[in-house]
Structure formats: structure tokens, C-alpha cells
Design a protein around this ligand. Structure first.
Ligand SMILES: O=c1[nH]c(=O)n([C@H]2C[C@H](O)[C@@H](COP(=O)(O)O)O2)cc1CO
Length: 373
């Protein structure tokens, strides 16, 4: 079975992924001559750009068209080339099946929709989901999805020997019933579905096992193991990150505690130094002039931080008291000196007055004596 698939190239490559799916499907029925149309690497420049190359493309494609048993065209993306191919295919009296997606918002050319005769030329409106479903269902249950093409004509185009066929009698076009190439690429789901079918009593047996690549249940077990390993790895990775975070937090708290301890140590050292300085001073004083005696010894013997603080306070009080006493003494001395000075001044003043009165007395005596003479 040779299938000629038409899809837009220079008209735009927006639907290329969809072409891929359709071609994958068609390849399960036979040979797709124009597989390159669904090549996602092929850009809207086409296979070549020179005029000579274009001629070669044209001639090759027309030749393939002649060879083909059926023409399937995805006609949603407008394309001059696809239009031309369909026109030539009509002329060659080929079986043509056109697929159009109304969800695209486009309106299919009247020259295509209007060509639908229900026999050789069939236009089918479809949604992308149908192709998707086709793929996913084939992956899950390998169930056929039929794209109904009513009034397909009397000639039956066999696309394969199984249930898949373009059928006129049933007015249906079965695009799939076996697994797609896409499904083959992703083995896990089909493997499961085949097994399920086997359990349910579906045939296939040895053939299916061969298709699976001889893996069967072993393959399935391996997959399950792989999945379990993956989840284990993920969980382990999560645990590791959690552990790291916890360790980081612990380190932070440790660092803080250590810093606090260091600060506390430095505070204690300073206190000790202050105390030691105070003791030395006291001892010096004692040596110099005695005193302090028992009290100071008691202070020195006081233990603990509270004791230390009290000692400091006591020492401060003492120094204050001493300073006050000193100040008082000074003021007293000054006052006494002042008082002494005052008394001295008074006494001097008295002496002076005494001297004057005696002079006056003496002078009056002299005057008296003189008057007598
Ligand atoms: O490089 C090419 N190769 C090729 O096979 N074709 C054929 C196949 C496509 O179904 C159709 C696309 O036409 P167009 O490029 O006008 O969209 O023409 C078209 C081109 C480029 O026009």
C-alpha cells in the first residue's frame, strides 16, 4: 500500500507536528511516499530553492502521485502545492481523503470542499483531539479510532490486512487499530495495555510478545523498578537538601552561641582586670598608711559575680566617701585659715587703734605741758 500524504510546506509549517502524527499513523498501513512533508526539520523554504531543484521536486512528486494507491491531505493550512497535488490526483482518479480542522478558524477553499463527491474525493472535518486520542488510546488500550467518512464509495481501499481499512461498505475510514509508531517509541504504556488485553482474554500471545521485543513481563518489571528507583532518588535528594538546611541552621546557632560566649568572656576579663587593679591600689594604700584592714580583706574574699559587683560598688562608695571627706577637710582648713586671717587682721587693727590713741594721748600731754610753759 502506497500512501501519498499532502501537507503545507512553503504555505507555512504551523501544523507540522500534526502532520507527523498523521504520517506515523499512515505508516502503520503502508509506505508513505512523501514522509519528508512531516519532517519537523524541514522549514517553509522547502527541500530546495533553485528552479532546477523545484522542477525535480515537482516531477518526483507527480511520479509518486501516479504510483500512490491513496492520497491523504491535511488541508487546514492553505497551500498552493497541496491544492495542485489534489487537482492532479483528481485527474488521475485517485482515492482522496482530505482532513480539515474547523477549530483553526479558517474556511476551507470551495475548490476542495466543493470537490467532495462522497466516493473518490472525501473531505472530513476533524479536531486535533481526535488525532491525539488516537495516539493516546493506541498507547493505552490500542483501540481503533474511526474517522467517519460517510458515503465513501463502493471501492474498498485496504490499508492493512487487519481491521484497519478505508472502507466504503461501512462508510468509515479506520485510521488506526494497531499500535502507532509513536506508541512503539514509548514502550511503557503499550506494554501494560497488551498485558491487560492478554489478561482480559484478548489474543496476540506470542506475536505480541515478539512485538514487545521479547521483554514481556520482565520488561514491565524493569520499568517498575526504574520508576521506583527514580522516586527513591528524588526522595533521597529531598532528604539531603533537608539535612543540609538543618545543618546550616545548627551551624548558625552554634556560631551565635560561640560569639555570645566570647563576648561574655571578654566582659569577665575586663571585670577581673578592674578588680585586680582595685586590689593592687588598696594594697598599696595599706602599705603606705595602713587601714582598710579587715573590711578590705573581706571584700577581696567575696566570691561570684554578685560579690564582684558588690565589691566594685563598695570600692566606689569608699572612694566617694574619701573624696567627700577630703573635700570637707579642705573646706574646713580653708575656713579655719580664713577665720585665723580674720582674727589676725582684727587684732592688728586693734593694735593700730591702740597705738594711735596713745599717740593722741601723748600729744595732748605735750600740748598741756607747752601751755604751762
Ligand atoms: O520542497 C517541497 N517538497 C515537496 O514535496 N512539496 C510538495 C509536497 C507538499 O504536499 C506540497 C507542499 O506545497 P507548498 O510548499 O506550496 O506548501 O508540495 C513542496 C515543496 C516546496 O514547495
Amino acid at each position: 500500500m502506497k500512501v501519498y500524504f499532502c501537507g503545507s510546506i512553503r504555505g507555512g509549517r504551523d501544523d507540522v507536528s500534526l502532520y507527523r502524527k498523521i504520517v506515523n499513523k499512515l505508516q502503520t498501513f503502508g509506505t508513505v511516499l512523501t514522509e519528508h512533508v512531516s519532517d519537523e526539520q524541514l522549514s517553509d523554504r522547502g527541500e530546495a530553492s533553485t528552479a532546477a531543484a523545484d522542477r525535480q521536486i515537482h516531477d518526483r512528486d507527480v511520479d509518486w502521485l501516479r504510483q500512490s494507491d491513496v492520497v491523504v491531505a491535511e488541508v487546514t493550512q492553505p497551500s498552493l502545492g497541496v491544492g495542485y497535488e489534489l487537482g492532479r490526483a483528481v485527474d488521475m482518479k485517485k482515492k482522496i481523503f482530505c482532513l480539515f480542522r474547523p477549530s483553526s478558524g479558517r474556511s476551507l477553499s470551495a475548490m476542495i470542499r466543493g470537490a467532495d463527491d462522497g466516493e473518490l474525493f472525501v473531505v472530513r472535518d476533524y479536531s486535533e483531539d481526535e488525532v491525539e486520542n488516537e495516539v493516546t488510546q493506541s498507547e493505552q488500550e490500542t483501540v481503533q479510532v474511526t474517522l467517519k467518512a460517510p458515503r465513501l464509495g463502493s471501492e474498498v481501499i485496504e490499508l492493512s490486512e487487519s481491521t484497519m481499512h478505508l472502507s466504503s461498505g461501512e462508510s468509515t475510514m479506520h485510521l488506526s487499530s494497531g499500535e502507532s509508531t509513536e506508541a512503539r517509541r514509548t514502550p511503557p504504556a503499550p506494554l501494560l495495555t497488551r498485558r491487560r488485553r492478554r489478561r482480559q482474554g484478548g489474543g496476540g500471545g506470542e506475536e505480541e510478545d515478539k512485538e514487545e521485543g521479547g521483554g514481556g513481563e520482565e520488561g514491565e518489571d524493569k520499568e517498575e523498578e526504574e520508576a521506583k528507583k527514580k522516586t527513591r532518588r528524588k526522595e533521597e535528594a529531598k532528604k539531603k537538601t533537608r539535612r543540609k538546611e538543618e545543618e546550616e541552621e545548627k551551624k548558625k546557632t552554634r556560631r551565635k552561641e560561640e560569639e555570645e560566649a566570647k563576648k561574655e568572656k571578654t566582659r569577665r576579663r575586663r571585670r577581673r582586670r578592674r578588680r585586680q587593679g582595685g586590689r593592687r591600689r588598696r594594697r598599696r594604700r595599706r602599705r603606705q598608711g595602713g587601714g582598710g584592714g579587715e573590711e578590705e580583706d573581706k571584700e577581696e574574699g567575696g566570691g561570684g559575680e554578685e560579690g564582684e559587683d558588690k565589691e566594685e560598688e563598695e570600692a566606689k562608695k569608699k572612694t566617694r566617701r574619701k573624696e567627700e571627706e577630703e573635700a570637707k577637710k579642705k573646706t574646713r582648713r580653708k575656713e579655719e585659715e580664713e577665720a585665723k586671717k580674720k582674727t589676725r587682721r582684727k587684732e592688728e587693727a586693734k593694735k593700730k587703734t591702740r597705738r594711735r590713741s596713745s599717740v593722741v594721748f601723748v600729744s595732748s600731754r605735750v600740748l598741756k605741758h607747752a601751755s604751762r610753759m
